[in-house]
Each structure stands twice: as C-alpha cells, then as structure tokens.
Design a binder for this molecule. Structure first.
Ligand SMILES: [Zn+2]
Ligand SMILES: [Zn+2]
Length: 241
C-alpha cells in the first residue's frame, strides 16, 4: 500500500507550495501566478534597515526607527515584503519541511547580493543560529539551509559554528521593541574569534521582523572583531502600524 502511494506521488506533477496547484510541464517551486504576486522590494527603502517606503516620491534615506535606534549592522536588505505568497512559501518551507524550496530562495538571495554589494565584498556568510533545543524540534536551521546554497551560488565561504545561540528566547511576536531587546541580551555568543577578526560578514536569516535578532547578532559579531556586518533576509516584515 505504501509502495503504491509512493509510486502514485512519483507520477503526479509537483505542486506549488503556496497555492498547492499542480505545476505545468517542467515547472518547479512556486507557480507563475504566485510568483507574479510577490511584492519584491524596490527603492525607495530605508538605507539602513531596508524597509520599503510607501511613498514612491522619496529617495532612499534612514527611516525613523533607524534614526533613533543604534544598529550594529551597516545595511540590511531583503528580497520581498513578508506577506502574501512569499509568506506562505516561507511558512511551508520552515514549518512543513518543504526544503525543496531552498534552491529557489537561495537563487533570489544570490541576485540580492549581486544587486546590493560590490563583487567580493564579503569574507564570510554566517547564518543566524537556532538554539540547540529549537534545532532538535525543527530538525534544521532554515538560515543555515539558505547560507549553504547561497555560498554555492556566490562562492563566499560560510561558517556555521562561529555564532552560537546559548540561551533560548521566547517567540517575539507579541513583545514590544524594548522587551525583545531585553529578551535577546546575552542570547548569542561568538566562538572561534580568530576567524572573525577584520572580516566583512554577511549575516543571513529568513525574515527580518523588527530587526532585534539580527541587530543583537551583529553586535556580538562586531564585538567579536568583525570589521563590518551586513544583513540579507528573504523577506522583510511590513509594518502595519
Ligand atoms: Zn502557486
Ligand atoms: Zn530603517
């Protein structure tokens, strides 16, 4: 019975991970309809955190949050706004284990590296780490999946052990900015500092929500000796308030 159902699946065309429609001949990953609905981030956006501005009449400039708040990274950039089909795809990928999406995501991110930074700018790619307990629950670190493929695309080496999460943190969804920062303090640490000193680092994660996590990681990496830390995520949460 099991063999039959496996065989059955084998002959079915692949499904779009967002809308679950069967894909037409030769297509893989996200269907063309869902792809066309992705809100790709384009200028104008915040020159620091990368959040897109609603008004198209302005140039890139620091947003209000970045003007009043210290960021330890130089530039954060993201590919899409975290909503609609990209949000669904990330959700299926991260929580339902549809890791066959990783190569598509990584290819978009490789294009982002090319678009936003000079060639050979970075020495190392580093994923935002998961706490070992969370890693056991999920079975994989989504940021590491991205980093491995991105390294293949860009030729930039990656290190998965330099930055570690030593303290579990509660989900940040319902916390205020100050509470998030407090909860994250001391959550990350750096080992193998020799590998970090004087290096330009691209820190990689799946979603930039408030930036509290990547900022804390950037702080720890800078204090560990990194010359500069930039951030690349697949998506950037759009503020609704
Ligand atoms: Zn679709
Ligand atoms: Zn900003």
């Amino acid at each position: 019975m099991e063999f039959q159902s496996t065989l059955f699946q084998f002959f079915l065309p692949p499904q779009c991970p967002c809308c679950e429609k069967f894909l037409e001949g030769g297509q893989q990953g996200i269907c063309s309809k869902c792809l066309s609905e992705i809100h790709w981030i384009e200028p104008p956006f915040c020159s620091i955190c990368g959040i897109p501005f609603i008004s198209k009449e302005v140039e890139n400039h620091p947003c209000g949050a970045c003007m009043t708040h210290r960021n330890y990274f130089t530039m954060a950039r993201a590919l899409g706004a975290y909503e609609g089909s990209i949000q669904e795809a990330i959700h299926h990928w991260k929580y339902e284990g549809k890791t066959n999406l990783t190569p598509f995501f990584a290819e978009w991110m490789a294009e982002g590296v090319e678009r936003y930074w000079e060639p050979d700018f970075f020495d190392l790619l580093i994923p935002v780490p998961l706490h070992p307990q969370r890693l056991r629950e999920r079975g994989f670190n989504q940021a590491l999946l991205l980093v491995k493929e991105l390294s293949w695309w860009t030729g930039i080496p990656y290190r998965k052990t330099i930055l570690q999460k030593k303290k579990p943190t509660v989900p940040q969804v319902n916390l205020s900015g100050a509470e998030r920062e407090k909860g994250l303090r001391g959550a990350f640490h750096v080992i193998e500092k020799d590998e970090l000193v004087g290096k330009s680092i691209l820190l990689v994660d799946d979603v930039y929500t408030t930036g509290a996590t990547v900022n804390e990681c950037s702080k720890v990496l800078s204090r560990g000796g990194a010359k500069r830390v930039d951030v690349l995520t697949l998506a950037h949460a759009v503020r609704t308030s």
